[in-house]
Design a protein around this ligand. Structure first.
Ligand code: C2E
Ligand code: CA
Ligand code: CA
Ligand code: CA
Length: 277
C-alpha cells in the first residue's frame, strides 16, 4: 500500500509539471537517437499519373527506437523543432539521402528526384544552402536529383529571407516544392513572390475529391492555375482509383499515396525501382 501511495503521488502533480518531465525525457531520448543513428529515412514513391512510372520519391524520417519500434515523425518533429534538434535531424536526413542516392547510382539504378522536407528552423539559421552544397559535393550527387519541400508556415516567417535562400538552393540545381498547398494563409501571394517549381496539393483536398464537388473544384482549379503559372503539380495522399481517375481528368501529372505505395525503407525502394524497369 505504501508503494502504491508513492507511485500514485505523481498523478497529483500539476499536469504541466508531468508534461515538462515527459518532454525532457523525450528530448534526451531524441538527442541519444541522433547520436546513435536511430533515425532512418523511408522513401514514398512519386508516380507519373498517366503511365504509372516511378519518377522519384519523398524522403520521410522515422525514429527506429530500440524499445518502442518505429516512431512516426509527427511524434517527434514538433519537439525537435522547438528544441532546435531539427537542425541536426535535417542534416542527417540530407546526408542519408545523398548516401542512398550514391549507392543507387553505383548499382546502376535511376532513383529519380528525391524530395526532402525543410522546417522553419532550418531557414532561420544561416548557411542552409551551403550545407546542402557540402552534402552534394561529399557524395558526388548532382543538385538536380533533389527537391526541397517547404510549407506556407515555413515561408511566411520572413518572405524576403526565404526567397533569398530558396534562390540559393535552386542555383545548386535542386527544385522547390510548396507543400500542403491550400492549407495555409494567402497562398496565392507566395506563388508570385517565391521561386517555386512544384505545387503539392494537400491530402485533405485529394481525400474528398471523389466525394465532394467542392474539393474536386478546388483541386481542378489549383491544377489549372499551377499549369498557367508554369508550375508542376503533385497530388498527395492518393488512396483510391476514383481519386486517380479525377486527377488524370484534371491533367495532374504526378502523385503519391497509398494507392501506389507506402513509404518504404531504402532497400525496398531499390527493389521496386528495379521492378519498374
Ligand atoms: P508531409 O510532408 O505532408 O508528408 C506526407 C505524409 O503523408 C507522410 O506522413 C506520408 O506517409 C503520408 N501519406 C502519404 N500518402 C498517404 C496516403 O495515401 N494516405 C494517408 N493517410 N497518408 C499518406 P509521415 O511520414 O508520417 O510524415 C508526417 C510529416 O512529418 C510530413 O508531412 C512532414 O511534415 C514531416 N516530416 C517527415 N519527414 C521529415 C523530415 O525529414 N524533416 C522535416 N522537417 N519534416 C519531416
Ligand atoms: Ca512533404
Ligand atoms: Ca505534404
Ligand atoms: Ca502534411
Amino acid at each position: 500500500a505504501k508503494a502504491e501511495e508513492r507511485n500514485s503521488y505523481r498523478f497529483f502533480m500539476p499536469t504541466t509539471r508531468a508534461s515538462v518531465i515527459d518532454r525532457l525525457s523525450l528530448e534526451g531520448d531524441l538527442r541519444h537517437a541522433i547520436a546513435h543513428d536511430e533515425l532512418v529515412v523511408h522513401y514514398q514513391p512519386l508516380v507519373e499519373l498517366s503511365g504509372g512510372t516511378i519518377i522519384g520519391a519523398e524522403a520521410l524520417v522515422r525514429w527506429q527506437h530500440p524499445q518502442r519500434g518505429l516512431i512516426p515523425p509527427d511524434e517527434f518533429i514538433p519537439l525537435a523543432e522547438e528544441s532546435g534538434l531539427i537542425i541536426d535531424i535535417g542534416e542527417q536526413v540530407l546526408r542519408q539521402v545523398c548516401r542512398d542516392l550514391g549507392r543507387w547510382r553505383d548499382s546502376g539504378l535511376q532513383a529519380g528526384r528525391i524530395s526532402i522536407n525543410l522546417s522553419a528552423r532550418q531557414f532561420r539559421r544561416d548557411g542552409l544552402a551551403a550545407s546542402i552544397h557540402r552534402s552534394l559535393t561529399e557524395s558526388g550527387i548532382g543538385g538536380r536529383q533533389l527537391a526541397f519541400e517547404v510549407t506556407e508556415s515555413v515561408v511566411m516567417h520572413d518572405l524576403e529571407h526565404t526567397a533569398q535562400v530558396l534562390t540559393e538552393i535552386r542555383e545548386l540545381g535542386a527544385s522547390i516544392s510548396l507543400d500542403d498547398f491550400g492549407t495555409g494563409y494567402s497562398s496565392l501571394a507566395y506563388l508570385r513572390r517565391l521561386p517555386i517549381d512544384i505545387l503539392k496539393i494537400d491530402r485533405s483536398f485529394v481525400r474528398d475529391l471523389h466525394l465532394e464537388p467542392d474539393a474536386a473544384a478546388i483541386a481542378h482549379a489549383v491544377i489549372a492555375m499551377a499549369h498557367k503559372l508554369g508550375l508542376g503539380v503533385v497530388a498527395e495522399g492518393v488512396e483510391c482509383a476514383a481519386q486517380l481517375a479525377l486527377l488524370r481528368e484534371f491533367d495532374c501529372e504526378e502523385g503519391q499515396g497509398f494507392l501506389f505505395s507506402r513509404p518504404l525503407p531504402p532497400e525496398q525502394y531499390a527493389i521496386i525501382l528495379k521492378q519498374g524497369r
